[in-house]
Design a binder for this molecule. Sequence first.
Ligand code: SF4
Length: 351
Amino acid sequence: MASDENAAEPRETLLEIRNLKTHFALDEGTVRAVDGVDLEIGRGQVVGVVGESGCGKSMTAMSVMRLIPPPGRIVEGAIRFHRQFNGRAGAADIIDLAQFEPNSRPVRDIRGNQISMVFQEPMTALSPVRTVGKQITEAIRLHQNVSKAEARDIAIETLARVKMPNPAQRIDDYPFQLSGGMRQRAVIAMALACRPQLLIADEPTTALDVTTEAQILDLLRALQAESGMAILYITHNLGVVAEMAEEVVVMYLGKVVERSDVDSIFYDPKHPYTRGLLNSIPRLETVVQDKKEKLNAIEGMVPGPYQRLRGCAFHPRCPDFMPGICDQTEPELIQLEPGHSVRCHLFNGSD
Ligand code: SF4
């Protein structure tokens, strides 16, 4: 698991998301993709966000980047980014990204510069008809006042940082000339070229084979340690979270249902949904002893996007469902102990 030597030291805040709601008003109804999310990331911290597909993880990330596809929009909440100038952060440097238009100057100044994103599929981030070098140098020149030659030098240096083989030659390759792993390295280089304070990685290894996935995870860990940037790591894979993150946020249907340090999530999970996710991880001894043993997948499916459930959104799938409570009242996110919060009536002393 990720080392947490500095866990006791309070961290300077880098990003605070407060009561964020991102909704899609469609003819069929309103999709509440993000429905009141609270989340903080400290400077240099790695936070994993986990949940099944459709739980709002990616849309939370897209909201921070202000890249929500239409007709989605932020209807409520704040995304406060604590900008750092000349190596120092101060109260005057907090900007609420939710208050600006997606293509406004303040958002464009931060997006791809102080906050960067790596997507699941490298080809969504790369143009197939331009060399990777051209794409990386353009990203650099958008935010830095450097010449084309200087931007090319920075691009080669960044490709070397992400361990691209022969970076001075590969810079002139088109994406189709690169392997899947090399393409993802090029995308990471593009995201890192401006030395962001926060990297959002949305399932960056899902499209890769297991060996390449391990190499990219090693690379992200090394880059994080070297640069001290924070990472918001989005994945459905709790095994990856165990390797990458210090803090874990579990999301279900647009809400945070549990948040804790990584050890508590794995060794003392509280929310029935978190326990279900953990039970669905294949364990080595299970695989070795009985290849036919079925994994304990969570019963049922994530409800349809237009469905609004009364009470706890997880109640139709929950093994601990309490009739008359869970299907009537929505639980609040409550703090069990410093650093560990859960949204479930089982832990609400008043119930
Ligand atoms: Fe299960 Fe009730 Fe807790 Fe929801 S509130 S997770 S239904 S026990």
